[in-house]
Each structure stands twice: as structure tokens, then as C-alpha cells.
Design a protein around this ligand. Structure first.
Ligand code: FES
Length: 109
């Protein structure tokens, strides 16, 4: 007899708004936030624009894509991750700037 492993669920808290939502199974952080009705900034959803970036304050994630292609060394040191390319390995606390745009827009300023 085979037993199906129960999908794991984790909780994500957005520190600067106090919102919390559940991240089920293998759904990435961005998709879980959007499913929960959170207006998380995003654009490409494939890890190239950087719009979904957030600062990881607590917890562990699995990066589905190498963040160094999109985020610079300074951002990585500050703890930035890409929500669209992150699966949770524990409950998380993150900080999200809901006014931020893509990194391309920053480079043009
Ligand atoms: S939405 Fe573009 S990098 Fe995540």
C-alpha cells in the first residue's frame, strides 16, 4: 500500500503590513500571495524583471532560479529574493515595497 505524502503548507507574514497568507505545496511565494488577494508587485513572473523582489527577514526558501541573474550583489547582501522564483522551506517573514517597479526602471533613472 502506498501513502501519498501530505503537501506541506507554510505561512508567510509581510512584516510591513502585518498581512499573512498560506503558501501550499510547491506553489511559489508570488503565486500564493496573488491567490490570497495580495497586490504583490509583479510583471514577468519568470525571474527576469525583479519587480516581485522582497527582503527575506526570517525563514528559508528554495530558489527556483539563480537570483544573481536579476539581483545585484548589494541587493543579495540586503537579503532580497525573487518571490516568483521562491518556494518555501519554512514559515517566512518578508518585507515588500508595494510601490516598487522593475529593476530596469531603476537603471534608467
Ligand atoms: S515578476 Fe519578474 S522577476 Fe518576479
Amino acid at each position: 500500500m502506498f501513502f501519498k505524502k501530505k503537501p506541506t503548507e507554510f505561512k508567510c507574514t509581510i512584516a510591513n503590513t502585518g498581512e499573512t497568507f498560506t503558501v501550499p505545496g510547491k506553489i511559489n511565494l508570488l503565486q500564493a500571495a496573488l491567490n490570497a488577494g495580495i497586490k504583490w508587485p509583479c510583471d514577468c513572473k519568470v525571474g527576469s524583471c525583479g519587480t516581485c523582489r522582497c527582503i527575506l527577514k526570517e525563514g528559508k526558501i528554495k530558489a527556483l532560479h539563480d537570483f544573481t541573474y536579476t539581483l545585484d550583489g548589494e541587493m543579495l547582501k540586503e537579503g532580497y529574493i525573487l518571490a516568483c522564483q521562491s518556494q518555501l522551506k519554512s514559515d517566512l517573514v518578508v518585507e515588500v515595497d508595494f510601490e516598487q517597479g522593475s529593476l530596469e526602471n531603476l537603471k534608467l533613472v
